[in-house]
Design a protein around this ligand. Sequence first.
Ligand SMILES: O=C(O)C/C=C/C(=O)C(=O)O
Length: 68
Amino acid sequence: MPLVEVTLSEGRDPAAIRALIHEVHAAVERSLGSPAQSIRVIVREVPRTHWAAGDQTLAERDEASRGG
Ligand SMILES: O=C(O)C/C=C/C(=O)C(=O)O
């Protein structure tokens, strides 16, 4: 049972996430030949206040890029 997990920061359009799930599913089906019902795709969304790079959260980066 192939299981693919994707971690994203929060805030994307639900339709874009649904499209991502479809594309990941299709890639696994095509590349591994796995039965469709056996494929699992999990998308995790992390609040931008809970994701840091270089000790700056994505929320802080957003604020800085807005000039805050
Ligand atoms: O785009 C996302 O969902 C997550 C972005 C992460 C970064 O920009 C980073 O880790 O620097």
